[in-house]
Ligand binder design. Structure first.
Ligand code: AMP
Length: 215
């Protein structure tokens, strides 16, 4: 499947994407994971992105399109892909349309995961992430803690709170979402590709997507 996952930070895009990859071999493409990996590795890309990420601002559209132009041409995308955290602005969505046209790829749909703000705030403040940039497994101190406190079940690396998950950065990320990313819902509605799911459980989101795709 070829899907865009839309939704505020903490709506569950990453969790849903990881579950969907198990269904048909589609790959998760998370621009946030790619950027965090670049910051951890100290690459040029990481150096350019780091300050904006830490403040909860968006990284420039040019930088993001450079990443995506390369990533969508890698062979593992042939089985399908789940775009998690991209596009984030109208110019990125327009540039993605051009890129997909150039590559001869058609999207199945853009899925908006709509979760109430109080649930999002609670999730983001209690979310913990594996610090190993090749893993980045997601935990929650209340609902899904690692078996050993602070240690990733999958790879044994420290599980930490992300730099951009302080209360101040979270509030800024949500404002940025409302201003820059929420307009994409109308963009994809106009393209005839929008599906909205109002669900706080990732299993319910997966079921709705499977039903819509006839899986
Ligand atoms: P995420 O893990 O998707 O919440 O992304 C973490 C941070 O990476 C965001 O707050 C942005 O600073 C940056 N980022 C990720 N994806 C994008 C994107 N498509 N456009 C601009 N900035 C992005």
């Amino acid at each position: 499947m070829k899907l865009i996952l839309l939704g505020a930070p903490g709506a569950g895009k990453g969790t849903v994407a990881k579950l969907l990859t198990a269904l048909d071999g589609s790959v998760q493409i998370s621009t946030g994971d790619i950027l965090r990996g670049a910051v951890a590795a100290g690459t040029e890309l990481g150096k350019k992105a780091e300050a904006a990420m830490k403040a909860g601002d968006l990284v420039s559209d040019d930088l993001i399109m450079g990443i995506m132009e390369q990533r969508l041409q890698e062979p593992d995308c042939e089985n399908g892909f789940l775009l998690d955290g991209f596009p984030r602005t109208i110019p990125q969505a327009e540039a993605l349309n051009e890129l997909l046209k150039k590559l001869g790829i058609e999207l199945d749909m853009a899925v908006e995961i709509d979760v109430p703000r109080d649930v999002i705030l609670d999730r983001l403040t209690t979310r913990r992430t594996c610090s190993n940039s090749d893993c980045q497994a997601i935990y929650n101190v209340k609902s899904n803690p690692p078996k050993v406190e602070g240690v990733c079940d999958k790879c044994g690396s420290p599980v930490v709170q992300r730099d951009d998950e302080t209360e101040e950065a979270i509030s800024h990320r949500l404002d940025t979402y409302n201003e820059k990313t929420a307009p994409l819902v109308d963009f994809y509605r106009n393209e005839g590709l929008l599906m909205t799911v109002n669900a706080t459980s990732s299993d319910a989101v997966i079921s709705a997507i499977k039903e819509k795709l006839g899986m």
